[in-house]
Design a binder for this molecule. Structure first.
Ligand SMILES: C[S@@+](CC[C@H](N)C(=O)[O-])C[C@H]1O[C@@H](n2cnc3c(N)ncnc32)[C@H](O)[C@@H]1O
Length: 207
């Protein structure tokens, strides 16, 4: 889905994102990837241990286990909204293309805050709507027509691709997301946008 959505460019964005994560990481600390899916992020990390993954779909973990067989990753089946970890446990919590899927985003952010150590970082990457007028309209058309159509051809699953388009349109703007995070107690560090906001990386800290 991410490949269709981004014409494969999400792989470059993930590499950029993983390098940012590595730059924030203190050796020997713990990293959690939420909505870890098939484990793409772990493949891009040079670390072999202190890695944790949570996703509600067990089948995703099985694929990740095959892809990351050389790594010691502790897998959990579960949701961001109810993390099965102690308070102040992780130095880094990460989530790529998952926040949009949280049923209760506020609750997910609260749980992430609870499980992060003081001075720990929460990084996430999410699709969004471009700000520039020049690409805003064509992008809306891409989401409304091209995405569901290509989904029906590539994956024979129009419904899921329609959901993807709708969830991107419903996702709040970076300023709104930043306010939500700050209301929970996070300190905003940086938001990095690609293609005028079609893809955003958010970096916040628990100070
Ligand atoms: C688009 S995939 C992203 C997977 C992976 N992070 C990546 O970048 O390739 C979204 C993932 O979110 C997971 N997910 C859905 N709802 C969730 C929730 N409430 N908490 C945690 N993960 C969730 C899904 O099972 C799915 O694996």
């Amino acid at each position: 889905m991410n490949d269709v959505m981004s014409f494969g460019v999400h792989r470059l964005w993930k590499k950029y994102y993983a390098d940012l994560l590595i730059s924030k990481y203190k050796k020997t600390e713990k990293i959690l990837d939420i909505a870890s899916g098939t484990g793409d992020i772990f493949q891009l990390l040079p670390f072999k241990k202190n890695l944790y993954a949570i996703d509600p779909v067990e089948q995703m973990h099985r694929v990740s286990q095959e892809k990351n067989a050389d790594k010691n990753i502790q897998y959990q089946v579960g949701y961001a909204e109810k993390l099965p970890y102690k308070n102040n446990f992780f130095q880094i919590i990460s989530c790529t293309y998952g926040v949009r899927n949280y049923e209760n985003r506020q609750q997910g952010f609260k749980e992430i805050f609870r499980c992060l150590k003081k001075n720990g970082y929460f990084l996430f990457m999410e699709f969004g709507l471009p700000k520039a007028n020049l690409i805003k309209k064509p992008y809306q058309a891409f989401l409304d027509y091209f995405l569901p159509f290509s989904g029906s051809i590539v994956a024979k699953d129009r419904h899921s691709y329609k959901y993807l388009a709708d969830s991107i349109k419903a996702f709040p703007s970076p300023n709104e997301v930043q306010n939500e995070l700050e209301n929970i107690g996070f300190t905003h560090i940086e938001t990095i946008d690609f293609l005028s906001g079609a893809n955003n990386i958010y970096i916040v800290q628990k100070k």
